[in-house]
Design a protein around this ligand. Structure first.
Ligand code: SF4
Ligand code: SF4
Length: 96
């Protein structure tokens, strides 16, 4: 089979959905395999976590976290707007 070499650069994005802990990750690639959006691609370095290639395409399903055999190796970070709780602001009325 012909070997094809190419380089990739992660697509810049304002969100960072996936955070790896390299001290816990064993680079098995299961998280990349299970991702239905294919936003993760395996690292070329053995034992290193996959590259988050298309962070803006993540829809936070959590499958990558659930399939990981090393607790804490991969963490899902939801966007701030998804974590915020909006409450009505009570305006102070005069005379009260
Ligand atoms: S499944 Fe877990 S241990 Fe395997 S590459 Fe992904 S983060 Fe690392
Ligand atoms: S949360 Fe879902 S869509 Fe996002 S990287 Fe993990 S498996 Fe892929």
């Amino acid at each position: 089979m012909e070997k094809i070499e190419f380089t990739v650069e992660p697509i810049p994005c304002s969100t960072k959905p996936i955070v790896y802990d390299e001290t816990k990750c064993i680079g098995c690639g299961r998280c990349a395999d299970v991702c239905q959006c294919d936003i993760l691609i395996p690292s070329t370095e053995k034992g290193k976590p996959p590259i988050v290639m298309y962070p803006g395409e993540c829809y936070y399903c959590g499958a990558c976290v659930m399939v990981c055999p090393r607790p804490g190796a991969i963490k899902l970070v939801h966007p701030l707007m998804n974590r915020a709780k909006f409450i009505p602001v009570k305006e102070e009325q005069e005379g009260k």
